[in-house]
Design a binder for this molecule. Sequence first.
Ligand code: GTP
Ligand code: MN
Ligand code: MN
Ligand code: MN
Ligand code: MN
Ligand code: MN
Length: 195
Amino acid sequence: IAERYCITREDALTREGYRHAGHIMLYGDSSAKLFGKIPIKHIVLMQMRFDGLLGFPGGLVNPSKETLEAGLSRELHEEVGVAVPVGVDNHVSSCLSPSSPRLITHFYIKKMTESELKEIERAAVTAATDHGLEVLGMVRVPLYFLKNGGGLPYFLSHSFISNSRAQLLSALQHCRLLSQGELEKAVRQAEQMRR
Ligand code: GTP
Ligand code: MN
Ligand code: MN
Ligand code: MN
Ligand code: MN
Ligand code: MN
């Protein structure tokens, strides 16, 4: 995330004439192995949006009517079918959106257990009112590297809403889900694919 666009949560809430959105990266550890041999290591959830772009679950919140965290929890109920509790301790950044003028995007991270994440994946299909409409499906982010850019590099070569790609990269770094070297390699390989 380009630091110059980021402000504190408190500063964000004092600004007038801005809309606010809250999105969250739900993630956790996993011992599952792809093809029985490649450890997936972590589950990181994103979603395919109605517009064909990848992004995180969440949405517009109205700080004059609800706290940012209650608004985000409400959006999660609509989009993943479970009202995941979100607190100020889950907040990681508040940034001026590079793509929408007068929009502040608040980003959160929450660690969950593998069974909680699997329950969210089920509820996103069976209980979420937005399923098939504003949300086309939850997707897991591949964090491994296969031959010829398979895995994270190919995932990063897709198109993302607003600054959600930067949010993903900074969250992977923040939570130490990948090393700095692995992240740089993934970004470099993804860059080569886009040419
Ligand atoms: P409606 O219910 O139709 O209003 O949608 P929503 O409330 O779910 O809003 P949405 O999730 O589309 O988010 C609102 C705005 O925030 C979008 O128009 C994007 O500009 C931006 N946005 C959406 N997803 C993300 C994300 O994952 N990260 C960031 N930084 N911005 C996002
Ligand atoms: Mn198979
Ligand atoms: Mn929504
Ligand atoms: Mn949304
Ligand atoms: Mn909404
Ligand atoms: Mn909606």
